[in-house]
Structure formats: structure tokens, C-alpha cells
Design a protein around this ligand. Structure first.
Ligand code: ARG
Length: 322
């Protein structure tokens, strides 16, 4: 059935409203980070469609995935027990085997999802080349409070030039939560750290975390749409009402914007189309962390004439302005 008149008008308005973002985002780098829960969740397929759309609009897209539930399942399958210290896994030699298996499987599955193209889906005929590689070097975290983290590592260096060269080829780059030391040892990394470091190294426009909450909430439980790094830090130190993900991701988002990433976004991983709502509407759906206050006064230029006329038009029409 054809659209009704109202629906058609809304559709056209929507596309036109989004057009400025299409222009603004072309050629910009977005780093999208999500945990293993998303990779194995119901919305993964739709997320892939939305990534495909972003890539088609010319966004340079880097995906960083985690694998925590998959590693957990692998540990359990082998009858082992996970060991954590301060919320971070202690990766001994057997745990590292689980990490390798789980990360490998998760990555293969994400690549497969990104490669779909059935007719009658948003990805029909839209081939997206997904690449990856040895872009992250790592070093051990070492001993903390007398606990040796063994094969749990931290990012040593991001080989940003190579990632950028891949993006130049219009590839989507998929990065897993592991890194390799110069000696060739494999380390289990926290995906949130990898994403933050990649975003900083690439001077990304956006760092996006899909998380277990709609975003940051204020004291009344209302969503905070936009927050500066400074306010966000204050909020983090208060620690009130932070979910597990927010606790892990918020400091990363703050650090990223302080190191040159224009904006970091915290978006609900369970919201279908969350990325599209966040990117292509002015108010978004999640919480955006910006280095400076977003609304600043500035001198109007010729590029503002159209918008100003639109603003003044109705006032002129009803006689308020002459
Ligand atoms: N669509 C714009 C962007 O992606 C603004 C998003 C605003 N989002 C927010 N949570 N306040 O940059």
C-alpha cells in the first residue's frame, strides 16, 4: 500500500532533517564499541544494517567488539572458574585458551553478520568489505595489589596509520579485544580501552559505546542528553546510579574527548535503531559527552541566512515583526 499524505510528509521531513548530518559525517571517523552481549544479541542484525548505511554515507567506520559473555561461556564449558580482580579478568594460561577461542568465534560471527545481503533487506547488494589485522600492540598489566594479571593486558600502541590506510580503501575495520606484544604474546584486552585508544589515535569524530542503560541519568532519573567532560567526571566521582557498563565506559568517553575526539556517545544497546536516532536527529537518544558546552554563541555568517529567514518567517507572517 502507498503511504498516506501525512506519512509521506513526515517521511520527506525526516529525510530532509537528516540531510545536514549526511553532509557533516561524510569522511568522518566513527569508532563504535560494543560488548559480546550485543554481538550475540537479537539486535545484531539490525545493527549491521545500520552500520552498512553509515558506511554507504561515507562514514569511516571502525567497530571494536568485546567477548566477555563468550569467554565466560567457554570457561564454564571447560569446567573452569573465572577469576576477577577489580572488575578485570585475571587471564592465566588456560583462561587465555578460552579467550582465543571465544574471541575467534565472536569475530567470525560478527564478520558473517556484516556480510549478509539477502534481497529484500537493507543490505541487499551492499557489499561491505570488513578487514582487520594486527593493529593493536599490547603489554601486560602486571601485578596489582599483589595479584598478577598474567595475560590480561593493556594497549601499548595503536598502529593508527595502518587502520587509516584500510579506511582509505573504504573498508570497515573490525577490531577485537586482543593485542600482541613485540615478543608475540597474546593479551586479553578490555574492549572499552581498545576503543578509546583507537578513537584517540585516529582523531575520530565520534566514539560510541553501546551500553546497558539508556545513557547517564540525573538525580530525578531523567536522561542527560548532553554533558561536558568536566560535569561527567563529577558525576562519575559521585558514582550514583552508574550501571556496570557506564562505570566502565564513562571514564573512557571522558578521556577520549579530552584527547581530541570531538564527541563520545553512550547509547542503549537494546534500542533498535539507536544509532540512527542519535546521529540523524538533533536531540539524539543517548548521552553525548562533549569537551566543551555544545551551545556557544557565535557570529552569524552567510551560511546562516537560510536558517534565520526560516526562523523569522512566521513572526513576520503573524505581524510580530515587520
Ligand atoms: N545528531 C547529532 C550528532 O550525532 C547530535 C546528537 C545529540 N545527541 C545527544 N545525546 N545529545 O552529533
Amino acid at each position: 500500500m502507498r503511504m498516506g499524505e501525512d506519512e509521506a510528509i513526515r517521511f520527506v521531513d525526516w529525510v530532509r532533517g537528516a540531510a545536514p548530518y549526511f553532509h557533516a559525517f561524510r569522511g568522518k571517523t566513527f569508532v563504535l564499541a560494543f560488548g559480546g552481549e550485543v554481538a550475540q544479541g537479537e539486535l545484531m542484525e539490525d545493527l549491521c544494517h545500520d552500520c552498512n548505511l553509515l558506511a554507504a554515507l561515507g562514514v569511516r567506520l571502525v567497530l571494536v567488539h568485546g567477548s566477555r559473555p563468550q569467554i565466560e561461556a567457554e570457561v564454564e564449558r571447560r569446567g573452569l572458574a573465572s577469576r576477577y580482580h577489580k572488575g578485570l579478568r585475571v587471564t592465566d594460561e588456560v583462561a587465555l585458551e578460552c579467550v582465543k577461542a571465544a574471541v575467534g568465534v565472536t569475530r567470525i560471527e560478527i564478520e558473517a553478520r556484516l556480510s549478509q545481503g539477502l534481497p529484500n533487506t537493507p543490505m541487499a547488494g551492499a557489499f561491505m568489505r570488513v578487514t582487520g589485522g594486527n593493529f593493536i600492540t599490547a603489554r601486560p598489566i602486571g601485578v596489582v595489589d599483589g595479584v598478577d594479571f598474567q595475560f590480561t593486558g593493556t594497549v601499548r600502541r595503536v598502529i593508527a596509520d595502518e587502520i587509516a590506510a584500510d579506511l582509505d580503501q573504504q573498508n570497515v575495520v573490525l577490531i577485537s579485544n586482543i593485542g600482541v606484544s613485540p615478543a608475540g604474546e597474546i593479551f586479553n584486552l578490555a574492549m572499552e580501552e581498545v576503543a578509546e585508544q583507537v578513537a584517540i589515535a585516529l582523531k575520530a569524530e565520534k566514539l560510541i559505546y553501546l551500553c546497558d542503560a539508556p545513557g547517564l541519568l540525573d538525580e530525578q532519573g531523567r536522561l542527560i542528553e548532553t554533558i561536558t567532560a568536566e560535569e561527567a567526571e563529577r558525576k562519575f566521582n559521585e558514582g550514583l546510579g552508574l550501571t556496570e557498563d557506564l562505570h566502565l565506559f564513562l571514564p573512557r568517553a571522558i578521556k577520549a574527548v579530552r584527547h581530541g575526539v570531538a564527541r563520545a556517545h553512550l547509547i542503549d544497546r537494546d534500542k533498535d535503531g539507536g544509532l540512527l536516532l542519535e546521529f540523524f536527529t538533533r536531540q539524539g537518544v543517548g548521552t553525548m559527552v562533549a569537551r566543551d558546552p555544545v551551545h556557544r554563541l557565535r557570529q552569524a555568517g552567510t551560511e546562516d541566512v537560510g536558517a534565520l529567514l526560516q526562523l523569522l518567517g512566521p513572526l513576520e507572517a503573524d505581524g510580530t515583526l515587520v
